[in-house]
Write a protein that binds this ligand. Sequence first.
Ligand code: KIV
Ligand code: ZN
Length: 443
Amino acid sequence: MLFPRAGSAGELWPPVVPQFKTLTETLYNDRKCFEQGSAGCRHGLLAYWISSGGAAESGTRIRVFDTTLRDGDQMPGIELDLEEKLYIARLLDELHVDIIEAGFPASSRIDFETVRRIKREASYARVAGLARTSPRDIDAAAEAEADIIHVFIATSDIHMKYKLRMSREEVIEAAVRAVERARGYGAEVLFSAEDATRSDPEFLAAVYRAVADAGARYINIPDTVGTATPWKMEWLVSFIRKALPEWVRIDVHCHNDFGLAVANSLAGVRGGADGVQVTVNGFGERGGNAALEEVVAALHFLMGRRTGVRLGMLTRVSKEVARVFGVQLPPNKPVTGLNAFAHEAGIHVHGVLSNPATYEPMPPEAVGNRRRIVLGRHSGRAAVAHALEAMGFQPSKDLVSYILEKLKEHAPRLKKVDEDTLQRWVEEYYTSRMRSIGAEMGA
Ligand code: KIV
Ligand code: ZN
């Protein structure tokens, strides 16, 4: 059995344990081929990575909660319609995230419908709907038939004083009432203490204990304003972990205001979190959220932790979601960007061509991306020979030298040296060779 039994109700967590074929299997096959020294290994994709000491798998499987359609949709200037939301939700289901937060049902008809439709359609993921502690919000999430009602209320002094105008006692009471109401619908309840990382830790623990007593078996620790550091996040999660019964599942939800959302999510896992809340491409308000593809890749490749996510789909999903959001991804976007596995500098290309692990932190194919050898002013002989061979030319010493000269002269102006340009230079080279041979013969 992959997952521990949850305490009180004796149910399995998560209730559905689907069969998933992930990197684990590929790694295993690779390791076998690699150890047997099989040169023609069909699974050779990862052999070089194993040889360079990739992280060994350990620990329980980390649950992935995607909130692209709720927190991601709060990105300024983004207005997704129902069809766009359904399209993204289907992609996420196919990607095998564990939970899709499909919307905030009380906030709009579109969100309500997305939750309702996806709940009926999803074949892998469970569906969550967000709700404040008001009965109206909880009833809307229940009416939309969300598998998980995600109740939240703020717990930091600044939010309680200036936004909610509520005392600590009132906040605890509202949280408990809301959880009880949601439980009354028979739904799983996830409780988030908004601005948790800026809350008094003792009070925060008291809030979580109260909602757990009221029936929330699943809580979330949000870094709402992105002000946590990795060491603070690790400490806070382990502090809350110790304050709660062992059967309470914990997620972390990190915002990216200081560019730390991915690091903070990983630190939360180190501190004992069972799940991460993420959005595709880190889309979200202000600096955004933790990027799904970066967190998942780092969990697998740096921490040796499994998720159910189909890694090979990451690049396609990242590109599709960017297209639907109408946002251009930067070329240097880690994991799924155009340049994530692109090499131009001579030393790098030489290294990568003899062993990809020299300059690639994970196999591009494993995350659905690909290696690009880019020709430019910084290219060396290996890159040019590789490009010529790929186009079917014999990379003689002279031809390579000729192309290198051309690159140094023209690449800064051309910006992009494509196959057509290379082809033209090769033709120029042969024409000038023919001319000089002709001249020699005529002399
Ligand atoms: O950032 C946040 O605090 C949230 C909560 C609603 C979970 O998005
Ligand atoms: Zn958030």
